[in-house]
Design a protein around this ligand. Structure first.
Ligand code: FRU
Length: 592
Protein backbone atom coordinates (compact mmCIF):
# COMPACT_ATOMS: atom_id res chain seq x y z
CA UNK A 1 0.00 0.00 0.00
CA UNK A 2 1.38 3.46 -0.87
CA UNK A 3 1.60 6.26 1.64
CA UNK A 4 -1.77 7.99 1.84
CA UNK A 5 -3.74 5.18 0.11
CA UNK A 6 -7.04 4.87 1.96
CA UNK A 7 -6.37 8.09 3.90
CA UNK A 8 -7.93 11.51 3.31
CA UNK A 9 -6.16 14.50 4.78
CA UNK A 10 -7.89 17.81 5.29
CA UNK A 11 -5.97 20.79 6.70
CA UNK A 12 -8.45 22.99 8.55
CA UNK A 13 -6.14 25.57 10.03
CA UNK A 14 -2.55 26.31 10.93
CA UNK A 15 -2.76 23.84 13.80
CA UNK A 16 -5.65 21.57 13.00
CA UNK A 17 -5.82 18.68 10.54
CA UNK A 18 -8.41 15.95 10.05
CA UNK A 19 -7.25 12.51 8.89
CA UNK A 20 -10.03 10.22 7.69
CA UNK A 21 -9.07 6.55 7.51
CA UNK A 22 -11.27 4.80 4.95
CA UNK A 23 -9.00 1.98 3.78
CA UNK A 24 -8.76 -1.40 5.42
CA UNK A 25 -5.58 -2.44 7.19
CA UNK A 26 -4.32 -3.68 10.51
CA UNK A 27 -2.35 -0.54 11.38
CA UNK A 28 -2.16 3.13 10.69
CA UNK A 29 1.56 3.97 10.84
CA UNK A 30 2.24 7.37 12.38
CA UNK A 31 5.53 9.03 11.34
CA UNK A 32 7.46 10.34 14.36
CA UNK A 33 10.24 12.91 14.70
CA UNK A 34 11.62 12.98 18.22
CA UNK A 35 12.74 16.60 18.31
CA UNK A 36 9.34 18.19 17.67
CA UNK A 37 6.54 18.84 20.16
CA UNK A 38 3.66 16.46 20.72
CA UNK A 39 0.56 16.72 18.59
CA UNK A 40 -2.70 15.83 20.34
CA UNK A 41 -4.59 13.24 18.32
CA UNK A 42 -8.21 12.48 19.15
CA UNK A 43 -9.22 9.22 17.52
CA UNK A 44 -12.95 9.49 16.72
CA UNK A 45 -15.32 6.66 15.95
CA UNK A 46 -18.76 7.92 14.87
CA UNK A 47 -17.86 11.31 16.28
CA UNK A 48 -17.01 10.02 19.73
CA UNK A 49 -13.48 10.17 21.13
CA UNK A 50 -12.27 6.60 21.45
CA UNK A 51 -8.80 7.57 22.60
CA UNK A 52 -6.43 10.49 22.79
CA UNK A 53 -2.79 10.04 21.81
CA UNK A 54 0.06 12.46 22.19
CA UNK A 55 2.62 11.85 19.45
CA UNK A 56 5.53 13.79 17.97
CA UNK A 57 4.23 13.79 14.40
CA UNK A 58 7.13 14.36 12.00
CA UNK A 59 7.72 17.84 10.67
CA UNK A 60 11.10 17.71 8.92
CA UNK A 61 12.06 14.02 8.79
CA UNK A 62 10.76 10.67 9.98
CA UNK A 63 12.86 9.08 12.75
CA UNK A 64 10.62 6.02 13.03
CA UNK A 65 6.97 4.93 12.86
CA UNK A 66 4.56 3.89 15.60
CA UNK A 67 1.46 1.78 14.91
CA UNK A 68 -2.11 2.74 15.72
CA UNK A 69 -3.88 -0.63 15.87
CA UNK A 70 -7.06 -0.47 13.77
CA UNK A 71 -8.38 -3.95 14.59
CA UNK A 72 -10.68 -2.71 17.39
CA UNK A 73 -12.56 -0.61 14.76
CA UNK A 74 -13.52 -3.64 12.65
CA UNK A 75 -13.05 -1.81 9.36
CA UNK A 76 -15.28 1.11 10.38
CA UNK A 77 -13.89 4.45 9.22
CA UNK A 78 -12.22 6.51 11.92
CA UNK A 79 -11.30 10.15 12.01
CA UNK A 80 -8.15 11.57 13.57
CA UNK A 81 -8.60 15.09 14.83
CA UNK A 82 -5.03 16.37 15.10
CA UNK A 83 -4.04 19.51 16.98
CA UNK A 84 -0.41 20.53 16.61
CA UNK A 85 1.36 23.14 18.67
CA UNK A 86 3.97 24.27 16.14
CA UNK A 87 4.32 27.91 15.14
CA UNK A 88 2.51 28.28 11.83
CA UNK A 89 1.62 31.28 9.79
CA UNK A 90 -0.25 29.59 6.93
CA UNK A 91 -2.23 26.43 6.43
CA UNK A 92 -0.04 25.68 3.46
CA UNK A 93 3.02 25.64 5.69
CA UNK A 94 1.28 23.19 8.02
CA UNK A 95 0.36 20.96 5.10
CA UNK A 96 4.02 20.52 4.18
CA UNK A 97 4.89 18.58 7.34
CA UNK A 98 6.60 15.28 6.57
CA UNK A 99 3.99 13.31 8.51
CA UNK A 100 1.23 14.05 5.97
CA UNK A 101 3.29 12.61 3.12
CA UNK A 102 4.40 9.57 5.08
CA UNK A 103 1.37 8.52 7.13
CA UNK A 104 0.24 5.13 5.79
CA UNK A 105 -1.88 2.04 6.25
CA UNK A 106 -0.11 -1.27 6.65
CA UNK A 107 -0.90 -4.84 7.63
CA UNK A 108 2.48 -5.22 9.31
CA UNK A 109 4.58 -3.27 11.75
CA UNK A 110 8.27 -4.08 11.60
CA UNK A 111 9.75 -4.64 15.05
CA UNK A 112 13.02 -6.17 13.84
CA UNK A 113 15.85 -5.14 16.09
CA UNK A 114 18.13 -2.93 14.03
CA UNK A 115 19.64 -0.95 16.86
CA UNK A 116 23.22 -1.48 17.93
CA UNK A 117 22.50 -0.66 21.56
CA UNK A 118 19.43 -2.81 21.96
CA UNK A 119 20.17 -5.47 24.61
CA UNK A 120 20.30 -9.06 23.40
CA UNK A 121 19.30 -10.78 26.64
CA UNK A 122 17.67 -8.17 28.85
CA UNK A 123 13.95 -7.44 28.68
CA UNK A 124 13.04 -4.49 26.46
CA UNK A 125 9.70 -3.34 25.06
CA UNK A 126 9.10 -4.43 21.47
CA UNK A 127 9.16 -0.75 20.60
CA UNK A 128 8.58 2.57 22.31
CA UNK A 129 9.49 4.05 25.65
CA UNK A 130 9.64 2.01 28.88
CA UNK A 131 10.20 2.98 32.50
CA UNK A 132 9.20 1.22 35.76
CA UNK A 133 8.40 -2.49 35.97
CA UNK A 134 4.80 -2.82 37.20
CA UNK A 135 2.42 -5.40 38.62
CA UNK A 136 4.89 -8.27 38.53
CA UNK A 137 3.50 -11.61 39.66
CA UNK A 138 4.10 -15.33 39.22
CA UNK A 139 1.33 -17.85 38.64
CA UNK A 140 1.17 -21.38 37.25
CA UNK A 141 4.74 -21.36 35.99
CA UNK A 142 4.50 -17.98 34.26
CA UNK A 143 6.26 -14.77 35.31
CA UNK A 144 4.30 -11.64 34.39
CA UNK A 145 6.01 -8.33 33.86
CA UNK A 146 3.94 -5.24 33.11
CA UNK A 147 5.78 -2.00 32.55
CA UNK A 148 5.34 1.73 32.07
CA UNK A 149 5.07 1.97 28.29
CA UNK A 150 4.51 4.57 25.61
CA UNK A 151 3.14 2.69 22.58
CA UNK A 152 3.29 5.87 20.47
CA UNK A 153 6.92 6.97 20.80
CA UNK A 154 10.24 6.48 22.52
CA UNK A 155 9.88 9.34 24.99
CA UNK A 156 7.80 9.41 28.19
CA UNK A 157 4.13 9.96 27.16
CA UNK A 158 0.77 8.14 26.95
CA UNK A 159 1.73 6.00 29.94
CA UNK A 160 0.16 2.55 29.59
CA UNK A 161 0.97 -0.88 30.98
CA UNK A 162 2.87 -2.93 28.43
CA UNK A 163 3.01 -6.65 29.20
CA UNK A 164 5.52 -9.47 28.74
CA UNK A 165 5.53 -13.03 30.06
CA UNK A 166 8.24 -15.60 30.64
CA UNK A 167 8.52 -19.16 31.84
CA UNK A 168 12.24 -18.87 32.64
CA UNK A 169 12.67 -15.24 33.79
CA UNK A 170 15.11 -14.70 30.91
CA UNK A 171 13.26 -15.03 27.60
CA UNK A 172 10.24 -12.73 27.45
CA UNK A 173 7.26 -12.96 25.12
CA UNK A 174 5.58 -9.68 24.21
CA UNK A 175 1.86 -9.66 25.06
CA UNK A 176 -0.86 -7.21 23.98
CA UNK A 177 -0.93 -3.85 25.75
CA UNK A 178 -2.61 -4.49 29.10
CA UNK A 179 -3.89 -1.07 30.17
CA UNK A 180 -4.26 2.19 28.30
CA UNK A 181 -5.07 5.68 29.57
CA UNK A 182 -8.76 6.34 30.25
CA UNK A 183 -10.92 9.22 31.46
CA UNK A 184 -9.11 9.19 34.83
CA UNK A 185 -5.77 9.75 33.16
CA UNK A 186 -2.61 7.90 32.33
CA UNK A 187 -1.70 4.53 33.79
CA UNK A 188 1.16 5.05 36.22
CA UNK A 189 2.94 2.41 38.29
CA UNK A 190 1.30 -0.16 40.53
CA UNK A 191 1.22 -3.78 41.59
CA UNK A 192 -0.73 -7.02 41.16
CA UNK A 193 -1.58 -9.83 43.56
CA UNK A 194 -3.09 -13.27 43.11
CA UNK A 195 -6.34 -13.18 45.11
CA UNK A 196 -6.32 -16.87 46.02
CA UNK A 197 -9.47 -16.74 48.15
CA UNK A 198 -11.35 -14.33 45.91
CA UNK A 199 -11.58 -11.69 48.67
CA UNK A 200 -12.24 -8.91 46.12
CA UNK A 201 -15.29 -10.68 44.69
CA UNK A 202 -13.82 -11.45 41.28
CA UNK A 203 -13.42 -15.15 41.95
CA UNK A 204 -10.76 -17.37 43.41
CA UNK A 205 -7.31 -16.86 41.90
CA UNK A 206 -8.32 -13.63 40.19
CA UNK A 207 -5.46 -11.26 39.51
CA UNK A 208 -6.09 -7.91 41.14
CA UNK A 209 -4.07 -4.85 40.18
CA UNK A 210 -3.90 -1.40 41.72
CA UNK A 211 -2.28 1.45 39.81
CA UNK A 212 -2.14 5.21 39.87
CA UNK A 213 -4.52 7.05 37.55
CA UNK A 214 -2.56 10.19 36.77
CA UNK A 215 -4.25 13.29 35.45
CA UNK A 216 -4.49 16.65 37.19
CA UNK A 217 -4.18 14.62 40.42
CA UNK A 218 -3.11 11.07 41.26
CA UNK A 219 -5.69 8.51 42.45
CA UNK A 220 -5.55 4.73 42.82
CA UNK A 221 -7.57 2.56 40.43
CA UNK A 222 -8.36 -1.13 40.69
CA UNK A 223 -8.26 -3.61 37.82
CA UNK A 224 -9.01 -7.32 37.80
CA UNK A 225 -8.45 -10.31 35.59
CA UNK A 226 -9.99 -13.76 35.41
CA UNK A 227 -7.64 -14.95 32.68
CA UNK A 228 -4.34 -14.89 34.54
CA UNK A 229 -3.51 -11.29 33.76
CA UNK A 230 -3.96 -11.47 30.00
CA UNK A 231 -6.91 -9.05 30.09
CA UNK A 232 -7.17 -6.45 32.85
CA UNK A 233 -10.68 -5.03 33.41
CA UNK A 234 -11.20 -1.63 34.97
CA UNK A 235 -13.22 -1.83 38.20
CA UNK A 236 -16.11 0.61 37.92
CA UNK A 237 -15.81 1.61 41.60
CA UNK A 238 -12.34 3.06 40.88
CA UNK A 239 -10.61 5.11 42.12
CA UNK A 240 -10.63 3.09 45.35
CA UNK A 241 -8.16 5.28 47.22
CA UNK A 242 -8.26 9.07 46.86
CA UNK A 243 -6.02 11.67 48.45
CA UNK A 244 -5.68 15.40 47.95
CA UNK A 245 -1.89 15.22 47.80
CA UNK A 246 0.51 13.51 45.38
CA UNK A 247 0.54 9.78 46.14
CA UNK A 248 1.36 6.95 43.74
CA UNK A 249 2.70 3.51 42.90
CA UNK A 250 0.54 1.32 45.23
CA UNK A 251 2.21 -1.94 46.21
CA UNK A 252 0.03 -4.66 47.75
CA UNK A 253 0.68 -7.95 49.55
CA UNK A 254 -1.15 -10.43 51.76
CA UNK A 255 -0.13 -10.30 55.44
CA UNK A 256 -0.89 -13.78 56.76
CA UNK A 257 -0.45 -13.14 60.53
CA UNK A 258 -3.21 -10.49 60.51
CA UNK A 259 -5.20 -12.04 57.64
CA UNK A 260 -5.47 -8.84 55.64
CA UNK A 261 -4.10 -7.09 52.60
CA UNK A 262 -1.49 -4.40 53.07
CA UNK A 263 -0.71 -1.63 50.59
CA UNK A 264 2.12 0.88 50.54
CA UNK A 265 1.64 4.13 48.70
CA UNK A 266 4.43 6.61 48.00
CA UNK A 267 3.50 10.01 49.42
CA UNK A 268 5.92 11.40 46.89
CA UNK A 269 6.52 15.00 47.94
CA UNK A 270 6.13 14.28 51.66
CA UNK A 271 8.98 11.74 51.55
CA UNK A 272 7.04 9.04 53.32
CA UNK A 273 5.30 5.77 52.53
CA UNK A 274 1.65 5.49 53.57
CA UNK A 275 0.57 2.07 54.85
CA UNK A 276 -3.04 0.95 54.29
CA UNK A 277 -4.86 -2.30 55.11
CA UNK A 278 -7.90 -3.94 53.53
CA UNK A 279 -10.01 -7.10 53.85
CA UNK A 280 -11.00 -7.07 50.16
CA UNK A 281 -8.54 -4.99 48.10
CA UNK A 282 -11.30 -2.43 47.46
CA UNK A 283 -11.79 -0.75 50.84
CA UNK A 284 -8.54 0.58 52.24
CA UNK A 285 -7.86 2.09 55.69
CA UNK A 286 -4.84 4.28 56.33
CA UNK A 287 -2.91 2.82 59.29
CA UNK A 288 0.40 4.62 59.44
CA UNK A 289 3.08 6.51 57.58
CA UNK A 290 6.78 5.75 57.49
CA UNK A 291 9.83 7.73 56.56
CA UNK A 292 9.52 11.45 57.34
CA UNK A 293 13.05 12.71 57.99
CA UNK A 294 14.61 9.26 57.56
CA UNK A 295 17.14 8.03 55.01
CA UNK A 296 17.77 9.91 51.79
CA UNK A 297 15.10 12.59 51.60
CA UNK A 298 15.83 14.51 48.42
CA UNK A 299 13.58 14.52 45.37
CA UNK A 300 10.42 12.43 45.41
CA UNK A 301 9.76 9.06 47.05
CA UNK A 302 8.32 6.56 44.59
CA UNK A 303 7.70 2.86 43.96
CA UNK A 304 7.63 1.28 47.44
CA UNK A 305 7.80 -2.39 48.36
CA UNK A 306 7.71 -4.19 51.72
CA UNK A 307 8.53 -7.83 52.40
CA UNK A 308 9.89 -10.19 55.00
CA UNK A 309 13.22 -11.94 54.47
CA UNK A 310 15.05 -14.63 56.44
CA UNK A 311 18.41 -13.60 57.87
CA UNK A 312 21.01 -16.00 56.49
CA UNK A 313 22.33 -18.55 58.94
CA UNK A 314 19.77 -17.70 61.66
CA UNK A 315 16.11 -18.37 62.46
CA UNK A 316 15.49 -14.67 62.44
CA UNK A 317 13.34 -12.77 59.94
CA UNK A 318 13.30 -9.06 59.28
CA UNK A 319 11.23 -6.75 57.09
CA UNK A 320 12.72 -4.71 54.28
CA UNK A 321 11.06 -1.54 53.01
CA UNK A 322 12.12 -0.49 49.52
CA UNK A 323 12.03 3.20 48.66
CA UNK A 324 12.96 4.42 45.21
CA UNK A 325 13.80 8.09 45.10
CA UNK A 326 14.54 10.62 42.41
CA UNK A 327 16.58 12.77 42.33
CA UNK A 328 18.88 12.43 45.33
CA UNK A 329 20.22 8.96 44.54
CA UNK A 330 23.65 7.89 45.71
CA UNK A 331 25.36 9.10 42.52
CA UNK A 332 22.83 11.70 41.43
CA UNK A 333 19.39 11.23 39.93
CA UNK A 334 17.49 8.00 40.52
CA UNK A 335 18.36 5.20 42.96
CA UNK A 336 16.85 2.63 45.31
CA UNK A 337 17.32 2.84 49.07
CA UNK A 338 16.05 0.36 51.64
CA UNK A 339 15.25 0.25 55.32
CA UNK A 340 15.40 -2.82 57.59
CA UNK A 341 13.06 -3.23 60.53
CA UNK A 342 9.88 -4.90 61.75
CA UNK A 343 6.28 -4.83 60.61
CA UNK A 344 3.22 -5.73 62.69
CA UNK A 345 0.63 -5.57 59.92
CA UNK A 346 -0.02 -1.87 60.39
CA UNK A 347 3.21 -0.12 61.13
CA UNK A 348 6.81 -0.44 59.96
CA UNK A 349 9.41 0.22 62.67
CA UNK A 350 12.89 0.82 61.37
CA UNK A 351 16.03 -0.44 63.11
CA UNK A 352 18.26 2.35 64.36
CA UNK A 353 21.97 2.51 65.13
CA UNK A 354 23.08 2.76 68.76
CA UNK A 355 22.97 6.56 68.49
CA UNK A 356 19.35 6.48 67.34
CA UNK A 357 20.06 7.39 63.71
CA UNK A 358 18.97 5.43 60.66
CA UNK A 359 21.70 4.60 58.14
CA UNK A 360 21.13 5.19 54.43
CA UNK A 361 21.43 1.88 52.56
CA UNK A 362 21.46 1.51 48.78
CA UNK A 363 20.34 -1.57 46.99
CA UNK A 364 22.59 -1.07 43.94
CA UNK A 365 25.63 1.18 43.62
CA UNK A 366 25.42 1.91 39.90
CA UNK A 367 23.76 4.85 38.20
CA UNK A 368 21.17 2.81 36.30
CA UNK A 369 18.95 0.96 38.72
CA UNK A 370 15.54 2.38 39.53
CA UNK A 371 11.92 1.61 40.35
CA UNK A 372 12.96 -1.84 41.56
CA UNK A 373 10.18 -3.90 43.11
CA UNK A 374 9.54 -7.60 43.63
CA UNK A 375 7.27 -10.24 42.09
CA UNK A 376 4.16 -11.22 44.03
CA UNK A 377 3.88 -14.93 44.76
CA UNK A 378 7.30 -15.98 43.47
CA UNK A 379 7.75 -19.73 44.01
CA UNK A 380 9.75 -21.31 46.86
CA UNK A 381 9.44 -18.19 49.01
CA UNK A 382 11.80 -16.40 46.69
CA UNK A 383 12.05 -12.63 46.72
CA UNK A 384 12.85 -11.85 43.12
CA UNK A 385 13.20 -8.28 41.89
CA UNK A 386 13.63 -6.50 38.57
CA UNK A 387 14.57 -2.86 38.11
CA UNK A 388 14.45 -0.31 35.36
CA UNK A 389 17.96 0.03 33.95
CA UNK A 390 18.13 3.78 33.53
CA UNK A 391 18.17 7.08 35.35
CA UNK A 392 15.72 9.96 35.01
CA UNK A 393 18.73 12.28 34.54
CA UNK A 394 19.16 11.10 30.94
CA UNK A 395 16.68 8.27 30.29
CA UNK A 396 15.05 10.20 27.43
CA UNK A 397 18.39 11.11 25.83
CA UNK A 398 20.20 7.75 25.62
CA UNK A 399 21.29 6.99 22.03
CA UNK A 400 18.51 4.61 21.00
CA UNK A 401 15.48 5.29 18.84
CA UNK A 402 12.89 2.66 18.13
CA UNK A 403 12.86 1.58 21.78
CA UNK A 404 14.17 3.22 24.90
CA UNK A 405 15.25 1.42 28.09
CA UNK A 406 15.71 -2.12 29.35
CA UNK A 407 15.23 -3.94 32.62
CA UNK A 408 17.95 -5.33 34.88
CA UNK A 409 18.48 -9.06 34.99
CA UNK A 410 16.23 -10.66 37.61
CA UNK A 411 17.85 -10.79 41.05
CA UNK A 412 17.10 -12.74 44.21
CA UNK A 413 17.37 -11.11 47.62
CA UNK A 414 18.27 -12.37 51.06
CA UNK A 415 19.39 -10.62 54.24
CA UNK A 416 22.61 -11.00 56.13
CA UNK A 417 23.87 -9.64 59.43
CA UNK A 418 27.26 -7.95 58.93
CA UNK A 419 30.21 -7.79 61.36
CA UNK A 420 28.94 -4.34 62.21
CA UNK A 421 25.74 -5.85 63.60
CA UNK A 422 23.76 -4.29 60.77
CA UNK A 423 21.41 -6.10 58.40
CA UNK A 424 22.33 -5.80 54.74
CA UNK A 425 20.59 -6.96 51.60
CA UNK A 426 22.38 -9.58 49.55
CA UNK A 427 21.61 -9.47 45.85
CA UNK A 428 22.51 -12.29 43.50
CA UNK A 429 21.52 -12.89 39.88
CA UNK A 430 18.44 -15.15 39.91
CA UNK A 431 19.42 -18.82 39.52
CA UNK A 432 17.79 -18.85 36.06
CA UNK A 433 20.65 -16.65 34.78
CA UNK A 434 22.89 -19.75 34.76
CA UNK A 435 20.93 -20.82 31.68
CA UNK A 436 22.33 -17.82 29.87
CA UNK A 437 25.76 -19.44 29.83
CA UNK A 438 26.81 -20.53 26.35
CA UNK A 439 30.30 -21.62 25.31
CA UNK A 440 33.14 -21.23 27.77
CA UNK A 441 35.64 -19.26 25.65
CA UNK A 442 38.27 -18.82 28.36
CA UNK A 443 39.24 -20.62 31.54
CA UNK A 444 42.24 -19.58 33.64
CA UNK A 445 42.76 -21.31 36.97
CA UNK A 446 45.33 -18.90 38.41
CA UNK A 447 47.68 -16.28 37.02
CA UNK A 448 50.07 -13.74 38.53
CA UNK A 449 49.34 -10.21 37.43
CA UNK A 450 52.21 -7.72 37.39
CA UNK A 451 51.95 -3.97 36.92
CA UNK A 452 51.95 -4.32 33.12
CA UNK A 453 48.87 -6.46 33.44
CA UNK A 454 47.43 -9.39 31.54
CA UNK A 455 45.11 -9.16 28.58
CA UNK A 456 42.31 -11.57 27.71
CA UNK A 457 40.16 -11.60 24.61
CA UNK A 458 36.43 -11.18 25.00
CA UNK A 459 34.17 -13.14 22.65
CA UNK A 460 33.32 -11.40 19.40
CA UNK A 461 30.14 -13.26 18.47
CA UNK A 462 26.85 -11.46 19.15
CA UNK A 463 28.59 -8.11 19.63
CA UNK A 464 30.63 -9.47 22.51
CA UNK A 465 27.76 -10.02 24.95
CA UNK A 466 29.13 -12.31 27.66
CA UNK A 467 29.39 -13.27 31.29
CA UNK A 468 32.73 -13.00 33.09
CA UNK A 469 33.46 -14.84 36.33
CA UNK A 470 36.66 -14.11 38.20
CA UNK A 471 38.33 -13.71 41.55
CA UNK A 472 40.78 -10.91 42.25
CA UNK A 473 43.29 -11.94 44.90
CA UNK A 474 44.87 -8.74 46.16
CA UNK A 475 46.49 -10.18 49.26
CA UNK A 476 49.89 -9.19 47.85
CA UNK A 477 48.84 -6.04 46.06
CA UNK A 478 47.58 -2.63 47.11
CA UNK A 479 44.92 -2.55 44.41
CA UNK A 480 43.73 -4.49 41.38
CA UNK A 481 42.01 -3.05 38.32
CA UNK A 482 39.94 -4.42 35.45
CA UNK A 483 39.44 -2.67 32.13
CA UNK A 484 37.09 -3.45 29.30
CA UNK A 485 38.26 -1.78 26.11
CA UNK A 486 37.94 -1.67 22.34
CA UNK A 487 40.33 -0.73 19.52
CA UNK A 488 38.97 2.83 19.48
CA UNK A 489 40.44 3.47 22.90
CA UNK A 490 37.06 3.44 24.63
CA UNK A 491 37.26 1.80 28.02
CA UNK A 492 35.51 1.11 31.31
CA UNK A 493 37.79 0.91 34.34
CA UNK A 494 37.04 -0.88 37.56
CA UNK A 495 39.19 -0.95 40.68
CA UNK A 496 39.16 -3.17 43.75
CA UNK A 497 40.81 -1.47 46.71
CA UNK A 498 41.09 -3.82 49.70
CA UNK A 499 42.35 -1.10 52.05
CA UNK A 500 39.21 1.03 51.68
CA UNK A 501 37.06 -2.02 50.90
CA UNK A 502 35.64 -0.38 47.82
CA UNK A 503 34.92 -1.33 44.24
CA UNK A 504 34.93 1.53 41.73
CA UNK A 505 33.47 1.77 38.22
CA UNK A 506 34.51 4.54 35.83
CA UNK A 507 32.61 5.05 32.57
CA UNK A 508 33.89 8.54 31.74
CA UNK A 509 35.60 7.24 28.55
CA UNK A 510 33.31 4.29 27.90
CA UNK A 511 32.11 5.37 24.43
CA UNK A 512 29.23 7.71 23.59
CA UNK A 513 28.75 9.79 26.73
CA UNK A 514 28.01 13.30 25.48
CA UNK A 515 24.22 13.07 25.32
CA UNK A 516 24.07 14.23 28.95
CA UNK A 517 26.53 15.86 31.31
CA UNK A 518 25.28 13.50 34.01
CA UNK A 519 26.24 10.37 32.09
CA UNK A 520 30.06 10.28 32.33
CA UNK A 521 30.56 9.21 35.95
CA UNK A 522 32.66 7.33 38.47
CA UNK A 523 30.64 5.29 40.95
CA UNK A 524 31.72 3.06 43.81
CA UNK A 525 30.38 0.46 46.20
CA UNK A 526 31.47 -0.59 49.67
CA UNK A 527 32.43 -4.26 49.28
CA UNK A 528 31.05 -4.91 52.78
CA UNK A 529 33.44 -7.80 53.25
CA UNK A 530 36.64 -7.60 55.24
CA UNK A 531 38.69 -9.36 52.60
CA UNK A 532 41.47 -8.82 50.08
CA UNK A 533 39.93 -11.40 47.80
CA UNK A 534 37.07 -10.26 45.61
CA UNK A 535 34.92 -12.64 43.62
CA UNK A 536 32.90 -11.12 40.77
CA UNK A 537 30.22 -12.07 38.30
CA UNK A 538 29.92 -9.59 35.42
CA UNK A 539 27.18 -9.52 32.77
CA UNK A 540 27.88 -7.53 29.63
CA UNK A 541 25.10 -6.78 27.16
CA UNK A 542 25.23 -4.39 24.22
CA UNK A 543 24.69 -1.31 26.39
CA UNK A 544 24.89 -2.41 30.02
CA UNK A 545 27.26 -3.86 32.58
CA UNK A 546 25.98 -5.49 35.76
CA UNK A 547 28.57 -6.44 38.35
CA UNK A 548 27.69 -8.72 41.25
CA UNK A 549 29.89 -9.49 44.22
CA UNK A 550 30.32 -13.29 44.26
CA UNK A 551 28.28 -13.59 47.46
CA UNK A 552 25.88 -10.75 46.82
CA UNK A 553 27.41 -8.12 49.13
CA UNK A 554 27.18 -5.45 46.49
CA UNK A 555 25.86 -4.96 43.00
CA UNK A 556 26.25 -2.16 40.49
CA UNK A 557 24.33 -1.57 37.30
CA UNK A 558 25.57 0.87 34.68
CA UNK A 559 24.73 1.68 31.09
CA UNK A 560 27.55 2.10 28.55
CA UNK A 561 27.42 2.93 24.84
CA UNK A 562 30.71 1.81 23.26
CA UNK A 563 31.09 2.70 19.57
CA UNK A 564 32.35 -0.85 18.99
CA UNK A 565 31.88 -3.67 21.49
CA UNK A 566 34.62 -4.02 24.10
CA UNK A 567 36.87 -6.86 22.95
CA UNK A 568 39.63 -6.92 25.57
CA UNK A 569 39.69 -7.48 29.30
CA UNK A 570 42.88 -6.20 30.98
CA UNK A 571 43.68 -7.03 34.59
CA UNK A 572 46.42 -5.09 36.36
CA UNK A 573 47.72 -4.89 39.88
CA UNK A 574 49.26 -1.93 41.63
CA UNK A 575 51.56 -1.95 44.66
CA UNK A 576 52.54 -5.59 44.43
CA UNK A 577 51.56 -8.71 42.55
CA UNK A 578 47.93 -9.62 42.54
CA UNK A 579 46.51 -12.82 41.15
CA UNK A 580 43.56 -13.63 38.97
CA UNK A 581 41.82 -16.84 39.89
CA UNK A 582 39.04 -18.93 38.40
CA UNK A 583 38.62 -16.64 35.44
CA UNK A 584 35.95 -17.93 33.08
CA UNK A 585 34.30 -16.16 30.17
CA UNK A 586 31.07 -17.45 28.67
CA UNK A 587 29.21 -16.43 25.56
CA UNK A 588 25.48 -15.90 26.07
CA UNK A 589 22.90 -18.44 24.95
CA UNK A 590 20.50 -16.38 22.91
CA UNK A 591 16.99 -17.42 22.05
CA UNK A 592 16.96 -18.69 18.48
C1 FRU B 1 8.92 6.35 38.78
C2 FRU B 1 7.66 7.05 38.35
C3 FRU B 1 6.49 6.61 39.21
C4 FRU B 1 5.31 6.87 38.33
C5 FRU B 1 5.85 6.50 36.97
C6 FRU B 1 5.29 7.33 35.86
O1 FRU B 1 9.89 6.24 37.79
O2 FRU B 1 7.83 8.44 38.39
O3 FRU B 1 6.43 7.27 40.45
O4 FRU B 1 4.22 6.08 38.68
O5 FRU B 1 7.25 6.70 37.03
O6 FRU B 1 5.73 6.88 34.63
Amino acid sequence: MKANDGIEINHLGTNNTLVRVTGNARYLLLPIEEKVDDARINVLLNGKIDKTINARLARNKVDYYVPLDLTPYNGNPILLDVATSQDRTTVREASEDACWRKIQLSDTFDTTNREKYRPLYHHTPLYGWMNDPNGMFYKDGVWHLYFQHNPYGSKWQNLSWGHSTSTDLINWTPEPEALEPNGLGMVFSGSCVVDKDGTAGFGKDAIIGLYTSADATQQQSLVWSDDNGETLHFYSGSPVVTLDSEARDPNMFWHAPTQQWVMLLAHALDHEMLIFTSPDLKNWTLQSAFGKGLGAQDGVWECPDLFELPVEGTDEKKWVLICNLNPGGVFGGSATQYFVGDFDGKKFTVDTLADGTVPVKWMDHGKDHYATVSFSDAPDNRRTVIGWMSNWQYAAEVPTMQFRSANTLPRDLTLTKGNDGEYWLKTVPSPETINLRGKRVLSVKSQNIGASGKKYNLPTENDGVCEILLTLDARNAAQMTLSLSNARGEHVDMAFDPASQTFTFDRTESGVTDFSQDFPAVVWAPTLRDSSVQQLRIFIDRSSIEIFDGEGSFVMTNLVFPTDPYNTLTVRSQGGNGQVKDLEIFTINLKK
